[in-house]
Ligand binder design. Structure first.
Ligand code: ADP
Length: 448
């Protein structure tokens, strides 16, 4: 087992990882930029190392500084959390050079899954269903036209190196194709330094359903059930639940088997998520996230697991504690991402000082938060400040608890997504479990 783990992240996920370390009897090291001197998470670590300049490239994305902090404190492992360096294969390379264990997958798995064209090609080979589309980059308009015609409109043009919902555009007719192609290529080049785009069929009202997987370094791979993440804005998740309201034992078995196949094919060796789009009884591989995800707590609750601890134990070389048959999904859990954003002003970030704060509690409530009363949310980073998770025996119980918990949650001084979540939870279609990835757009009127 590790003695000391450095957490190369900030906010709620840093606290989440430090809690797991403490339960495993491991010491933890926090790193913090100048903008995070007063951040809550630094109190949860055994040691703190300053990184200086708050800009991400000078702090949480700076591999050299992170590695030096680990060497300086004698940390034997690094946990990257999500975002920042979590899917940067270079971190693993530098860790290995310095005799530090990275708590995460091997670099080649990150690379294979980080490129959408490569990952789709591999998954097709593995026998995992993929969305119909090109298997290589598309460059010129004539080629794009032929492909789009063959697939049938609508199609979507996507950046192969894309992520975070950036660099994709749906195209409904040929007239829009040239502009969409050029636009996606230039966004891709600007954001990811690679202009390669590809074309696939655009599903109009799919559900986003994903499977948590755990794979150890000794070849044991299981799935830990599903999550429904269709409540999104600009392809970014806002509210997630486990299990999906449409999940059946039979569907879970089928999709779960595909998720395991996907992970096994690339010899995956950590916690990861296989994302699918689901449409009319069919499902298709979308991408694999080679990290722990924001929404992991809902899975922990309905399967009685601790995914961060499992991830750490896997990195220690231990065998998985569970076999597939040990994973039983029971009850229902919902997560609302509480962002310091103004839902009435197009979700514009709204950092600032929290002048009033009371957290919710009581039965079935879990709050993973990185903030406190009088804390000033820095402007440099992600606007998510906490994750409110509720659970119950049924979806209805979890929903009613979430309504109650949201009404107890008081955050003054900054605008948050709390009113948005309250509106979602009042919506008839949401309550009926009738979800798809355009839900938020379609129901915008009553949210505004
Ligand atoms: P990223 O890596 O940027 O997160 P993904 O490929 O995971 O991009 O897609 C994110 C979201 O975009 C999906 O959850 C879905 O809402 C939408 N999307 C992606 N591909 C398609 C498609 N072929 N048809 C319909 N929606 C899609």
């Amino acid at each position: 087992m590790f003695e000391k783990v450095l957490i190369a992240n900030r906010g709620e996920i840093a606290i989440r990882i430090m809690r797991a370390c403490r339960e495993l009897d491991m010491k933890s090291v926090a790193v913090y930029s100048d903008a995070d001197k007063t951040s809550l998470y630094t109190n949860y670590a055994d040691e703190n190392v300053p990184l200086g300049n708050p800009s991400p490239s000078q702090s949480y994305l700076n591999i050299e500084k992170i590695i030096n902090a680990a060497i300086e404190t004698g940390a034997d492992a690094i946990h990257p959390g999500y975002g920042f360096l979590a899917e940067n294969p270079e971190l693993g390379v530098q860790c290995e050079k310095n005799g530090i264990k990275l708590i995460g997958p091997r670099g080649d798995a990150i690379e294979q899954m980080g490129d959408k064209i490569t990952s789709k090609r591999l998954m097709k080979k593995a026998g995992v269903p993929v969305i119909e589309g090109t298997e290589k980059g598309v460059q010129d308009f004539e080629e794009a036209k032929e492909i789009a015609e063959a697939i049938g409109y609508p199609v979507i043009i996507k950046a192969s190196a894309g992520g975070g919902g950036i660099g994709m555009r749906a195209v409904y007719e040929e007239d829009e194709l040239v502009r969409a192609l050029e636009a996606t290529q230039s966004v891709a080049l600007k954001n990811f330094g690679d202009s390669t785009v590809f074309i696939e069929k655009y599903l109009e009202r799919p559900r986003h359903i994903e499977f948590q997987v755990l794979a150890d370094e000794n070849g044991n791979t299981i799935h830990v059930g599903d999550r429904e993440c269709s409540i999104q804005r600009r392809h970014q998740k806002l509210l997630e639940e486990a299990p999906s309201p449409i999940m059946t034992e039979e569907l879970r078995e089928r999709m779960g088997e595909s998720a395991v196949k996907a992970a096994e094919y690339i010899k995956y060796n950590s916690a990861g998520t296989v994302e699918f789009l689901y449409n009319n009884g069919e499902y298709y591989f979308l991408e694999m996230n080679t990290r722990i995800q924001v929404e992991h707590p809902i899975t922990e609750i309905v399967t009685n697991t601790d995914l961060i601890k499992e991830q750490i134990k896997i990195a220690c070389g231990e065998d998985l504690e569970y076999q597939q048959k040990d994973i039983q999904v029971s009850g229902h859990a919902i997560e609302c991402r509480i962002n310091a954003e103004n839902p009435l002003a197009n979700f514009a970030p709204n950092p600032g000082k929290i002048t009033g704060y009371r957290s919710p509690g009581g039965p079935g409530v879990r709050l993973d938060s990185g903030v406190y009363m009088n804390y000033t949310i820095p402007t440099f980073y992600d606007s998510m400040i906490s994750k409110l998770v509720t659970s119950g025996r049924t979806r209805k119980d979890a929903v009613n608890r979430m309504k109650r918990a949201l009404s107890e949650y008081i955050i003054l001084g900054v605008k948050t997504t709390i009113p948005f979540h309250k509106a979602i939870l009042r919506n008839e279609s949401f309550l009926a479990g009738d979800l798809h990835t355009h839900f938020v757009d379609e129901h915008k009127k009553w949210i505004d």
